[in-house]
Design a protein around this ligand. Structure first.
Ligand SMILES: NC(=O)c1ccc[n+]([C@@H]2O[C@H](COP(=O)([O-])OP(=O)(O)OC[C@H]3O[C@@H](n4cnc5c(N)ncnc54)[C@H](OP(=O)(O)O)[C@@H]3O)[C@@H](O)[C@H]2O)c1
Length: 337
């Protein structure tokens, strides 16, 4: 089988296509012939060397795939050989064959193409955990979705709209028309406008009920300041540390600007702050299963619609990373085998 390997940390040019032995599913595992693999921002951080969860190089990254089960290990009753599935992988997704524990593979609706299916697992699960479980978003609330034009941002916007919440989205200005077509009510060009001032104006000084912040560094504190009473902030990432290759100055500036939250401020302002790393929840099947079932039902009914920005062949993983890092993607970037 073919895999795209990161042999050392560095820019998008480091990827190497290599042959590897076909994996064999063990007890309770299934093997998937991968047709499409989702690209996540975490893969970029891993390539740069800023993702502590990732194994040291040489490493094959990739958190999610869509494909067909072509072998099952002992004791597996579901899914079956021949089923089209999406699956959560803990690395290794940039391959044309992967082995995963059977409970991490889910049959997906026929209505979705392979690329659309590969756009689902990480972004929709993360957004569902953040909005529905942690923040318990309810109808009529206002949520700020940062990077609303990306894979996670669009999933979060769709899930928030499903709960009849109002969405304010930040993104590069070139994405704003698309964001409005996805249901974002107000758009902010967060790299040029004063986001806090804009939010104050849009909410008439009240602030926001829920904020999803994958930017990190000083942005967490700015988000905290924008919360309304009973507001919830979900901290999701550190994209402010990312550049084409590791930039110690950027890392230090972002690290230095990362706040600690004072319990007395949380109490007296009636605010909540959550942290979320979906990659650490693969074993929490009792929490993941009902959310995944809900997502698959809504996807089947067409109430959720994955948006694929662009697909790249597996051996052009570097170009896929360049495309995301140029901030050009509206939707999810997917590798096809
Ligand atoms: N905690 C979790 O479990 C979890 C799970 C999934 C994703 N995330 C986080 O959510 C964020 C979005 O992830 P994603 O995979 O869906 O990616 P994505 O949003 O599809 O793609 C990246 C987009 O982020 C924006 N961006 C922000 N900082 C950037 C930077 N330094 N360089 C390039 N682009 C930057 C750009 O859009 P604009 O500048 O136009 O907005 C770019 O188009 C990432 O921070 C990721 O780590 C966290």
């Amino acid at each position: 089988m073919r895999q795209v390997v990161i042999p050392r940390h560095g820019g998008p040019e480091v990827f190497e296509l290599r042959d590897a032995p076909e994996p064999v599913p063990g007890d309770g595992e299934v093997r998937i012939r991968v047709r499409a693999a989702g690209v996540n921002f975490a893969d970029i951080l891993a390539r740069i060397g800023l993702y502590p969860d990732a194994p040291r190089p040489p490493v094959v990254v990739g958190y999610e795939v869509a494909g067909v089960v072509d072998a099952v290990g002992a004791g597996v009753t579901n899914p079956h050989e021949g089923d089209r599935v999406i699956a959560l992988t803990r690395f290794g997704g940039y391959s044309d064959s992967v082995v995963v524990p059977a409970p991490l593979a889910f049959r997906f609706p026929d209505e979705l193409s392979d690329a659309e299916a590969a756009a689902v697992p990480v972004t929709y699960l993360t957004a569902a955990i953040a909005l529905y479980r942690m923040a318990a978003l309810s109808s009529g609330e206002t949520v700020l979705v940062h990077n609303a034009g990306g894979g996670l941002g669009i999933a979060a916007t769709q899930l928030a709209r499903l709960r009849r919440a109002t969405v304010i989205g930040t993104a590069s200005a070139s994405k704003h028309d698309a964001l409005r077509s996805f249901g974002v009510e107000h758009t902010i060009d967060y790299r040029h406008a004063d986001v806090e001032q804009e939010v104050r104006r849009l909410t008439r000084g009240r602030g926001l009920d829920v904020i999803l912040d994958p930017i990190g560094g000083p942005s967490f504190l700015a988000s905290y300041r924008m919360l309304a009473p009973l507001g919830r902030l979900v901290m999701l990432g550190i994209s402010s540390m990312a550049s084409e290759r590791r930039n110690p100055w950027l890392v230090l500036r972002s690290w230095w600007g990362t706040p600690s939250f004072n319990p007395f401020s949380l109490i007296n302002r009636n605010r909540g702050v959550f942290g979320l790393n979906v990659g650490h929840l693969w074993e929490e099947r009792r929490a993941l299963q009902p959310l995944m079932s809900l997502l698959l039902t809504e996807l089947s009914a067409g109430r959720l619609q994955p948006i694929v920005a662009k697909t790249f062949p597996l051996d052009r993983a570097g170009d896929a990373h360049r495309f995301i890092q140029s901030r050009a993607n509206i939707g999810k970037v997917v590798l096809t085998t």
